[in-house]
Design a protein. Structure first.
Length: 120
């Protein structure tokens, strides 16, 4: 297409007529949008404690990582001294799977509390 043809086409006055039903469909869409309820806002008050905890955990991990990388945590930690009876009790509990039992109890408690709070 030559530049003269383009100038001639754009220079002519054309009347643009919408297709049948177009105006009605657009007006129905505008009316539906106006009648729609407002969007539900994000619950920032409930999300902020979790985000703050995540930020603290990330900061702690970065701090410990920086100490390890710098070599300040190169010394092995001192062993914990506990009475032999307590050590025997903890060892037998560990052998019986007390860690898994405690984890199951904590997860059960968290799920019950979460569901009751969600239902309330």
């Amino acid at each position: 297409m030559a530049r003269d043809d383009l100038d001639r086409i754009l220079g002519e006055e054309h009347e643009i007529i919408p297709s049948t039903g177009f105006v009605h469909a657009v007006m129905e869409g505008v009316q539906r949008q106006a009648e729609a309820p407002p969007a539900i806002p994000f619950p920032w008050k409930r999300a902020l404690p979790g985000m703050a905890g995540a930020a603290l955990a990330l900061g702690w991990v970065l701090l410990v990582g920086a100490r390890v990388w710098a070599g300040s945590a190169a010394a092995p930690p001192e062993p914990v001294v506990m009475p032999p009876a307590l050590a025997s009790l903890l060892e037998s509990a560990w052998m019986m799977g007390a860690g898994w039992i405690a984890l199951a109890l904590v997860l059960s408690l968290v799920s019950v509390k979460f569901s009751s709070r969600l239902a309330a």
